[in-house]
Design a protein around this ligand. Structure first.
Ligand SMILES: Cc1cc2nc3c(=O)[nH]c(=O)nc-3n(C[C@H](O)[C@H](O)[C@H](O)COP(=O)(O)OP(=O)(O)OC[C@H]3O[C@@H](n4cnc5c(N)ncnc54)[C@H](O)[C@@H]3O)c2cc1C
Length: 508
């Protein structure tokens, strides 16, 4: 054998773990905590960025906060008596997630700068091989917690590449750029834009808002949490649990209106109409801001400052999308032209075409993106036939229109841990849903979906894929999803057993 040159690094063993988790947002960190609690410590959390936090690391735009009360928008196993507001801001949520990583001993498992470029199922070895920017791993199981709203979407606008000013997406805020006195275009009027617009309107010179479709907006009951409340929740934890339980129950009670009786939402729509009337004096602007679809069909926004910001003297609301950019002029689909210094895109994320699907290859090398060409689907939002031992956290049809995603994440983690322990107890190496179980689950789910306000409310939204199918939301209560994911039913699965031992291997 030729002697190894000094420059050639020595071969290193490809590390093998029982579980590789992709992402370190609420989903990935929650998975880490639950795996450790189940006695599974042989796992890594692969994160493309250089810190934990996911959504709450990436979205640092002015005004960024949760729109589900903090005492519910947090882990049940990590209550935070110190939430500063009922709807806490991004810095506090991010700090909370950093604390979770510390408190629950997750640091040794975290690998930063480890963007997963490819995850490939190896049938012979019955394991996954993950190629990342920080090296290779093999794993018995993969947990994809790569996030439903993690990859920004910027529309393909003619002329945008030649725009001489600054351009950025809401989730990649350019903090080096001072907006004071500038002419700024905000494209989009969804949940992020509704927080950005009131936060920047007082300081910019001119604000031009491109609104393709108006959103329904309800008052936001935000307030500071008093010192007494914080003390009480810290000294007497059941008071915090009671608060969380009340917030939970109030949201569960609303579910029926969204999924079975959209007519009940008429009353809520009246509250929203009064909210517009209070915030906007000009009847022409009020008309422009009033949606023509039923409330709830698109995500309901919560804000007390959005309408006053849109009605301010330095704001123009363009009732159309952005069509074209010509030099420093932005042109609306209505033909209107506006000179601007910066364009902020509040245009959402790749949701129904989640980018991780292009990187995951299952049985026979087939990618998840190919598998989902006709629309995303999974069994119980968690597993997909043809992709053994791949578990989703926030998979297809697990999103919510009205409550905390952390409830859904924790349900999926119950399912994950039960799957891993059930497999071990029956001596299986891997599992994948049967075609029948996956089909049955989705047929029933889409049948329920057909009655929901998201389908019947007369809008198009980011919940729908390009075939008009809602593959994003869960058409039920969080309690029913908790029940559906409490235990893995092995009858819904094909079990795979590894027959030959897998040899250790080295990478060059
Ligand atoms: C501005 C904003 C406000 C929100 N407010 C609320 C709210 O009030 N209530 C609510 O219930 N939900 C809210 N959400 C939804 C929110 O996304 C979820 O609640 C939750 O944070 C999702 O957690 P996650 O871990 O699944 O995903 P994320 O937090 O998105 O984390 C995914 C992680 O995976 C990493 N990743 C992705 N791809 C790769 C790869 N290939 N390799 C390695 N790492 C990768 C990302 O860098 C990221 O760190 C909000 C979302 C946004 C954008």
């Amino acid at each position: 054998m030729a002697p190894r040159s000094k420059q050639t690094p020595a071969p290193t063993a490809v590390p093998h773990v029982r579980v590789a988790v992709i992402g370190s947002g609420f989903g990935g960190l929650g998975a880490g905590v639950r795996l450790r609690r189940a006695g599974i410590t042989d796992f890594v959390v692969l994160e493309r960025a250089d810190a934990v936090g996911g959504t709450w690391r990436d979205n640092s735009y002015p005004g960024c906060a949760c729109d589900v009360p903090s005492h519910l928008y947090s882990f049940s196993f990590a209550p935070n008596p110190q939430w500063p507001r009922s709807f806490s801001g991004q810095p506090d949520i991010r700090a909370y997630l950093e604390r979770v990583a510390d408190t629950f001993g997750l640091r040794p498992h975290l690998r930063f700068g480890a963007e997963v470029l490819e995850a490939r199922w190896e049938e012979d070895a019955t394991r996954w091989r993950l190629t990342t920017k920080a090296g290779e791993w093999t794993a018995d199981a993969v947990v994809s917690a790569a996030g439903p709203l993690a990859d920004p979407q910027i529309p393909d606008i003619p002329g945008l590449a030649d725009f001489p000013g600054r351009v950025f997406h809401s989730s990649r805020w350019d903090h080096d750029y001072d907006l004071a006195g500038k002419r700024v275009a905000v494209v989009g009027t969804g949940a992020s834009a509704a927080q950005i617009i009131p936060a920047i309107q007082p300081k910019v010179g001119r604000l031009t808002v491109f609104q393709r479709t108006p959103a329904w907006v309800l008052p936001r009951r935000d307030r500071e949490i008093s010192g007494l409340e914080k003390w009480l929740h810290g000294a007497l934890p059941p008071t915090g649990a009671l608060r969380r339980g009340t917030l939970f129950a109030l949201r569960e009670l609303q579910v029926d209106a969204f999924v079975r009786r959209p007519g009940l939402l008429r009353l809520v729509q009246q509250i929203a109409e009064r909210h517009i009337a209070r915030g906007v004096a000009d009847p022409a602007l009020r008309a422009r801001l009033t949606p023509d679809y039923r409330i709830g069909c698109k995500r309901i926004l919560l804000s007390n400052t959005y309408y006053p910001a849109l009605a301010a003297a330095n704001t123009d609301v363009v009732p159309a999308g952005l069509r074209e950019v010509r030099g420093s002029t932005v042109v609306g689909a209505d033909g209107s032209e506006h000179e601007v210094d910066a364009i902020v895109f509040g245009t959402g994320f790749h949701v129904t075409d989640m980018p991780i699907a292009q990187r995951v290859h299952g049985v026979g090398g087939r990618s998840l993106a190919e598998e989902w060409k006709g629309g995303m689907e999974a069994l119980r939002g968690s597993t997909v036939r043809g992709f053994p031992n791949l578990f989703f956290v926030i998979g297809p049809n697990t999103g919510l229109g009205n409550s905390s995603m952390i409830l859904m994440i924790e349900s999926q983690l119950n399912y994950l841990v039960d799957a891993l322990t059930s497999m071990a107890s029956v001596g299986a190496t891997a599992m994948q849903p049967t075609a029948r179980a996956q089909r049955h689950w989705n047929l029933e789910l889409q049948q329920r979906m057909s009655r929901t306000v998201w389908t019947t409310g007369g809008c198009s939204s980011w919940y729908l894929d390009d075939q008009g199918r809602n593959t994003v939301l869960w058409p039920g209560s969080t309690t029913s999803f908790r029940r559906a994911t409490r235990r893995v039913d092995l009858a819904e699965y094909e079990l795979i057993k590894r027959t030959a031992p897998v040899a250790a291997e080295v990478a060059a």
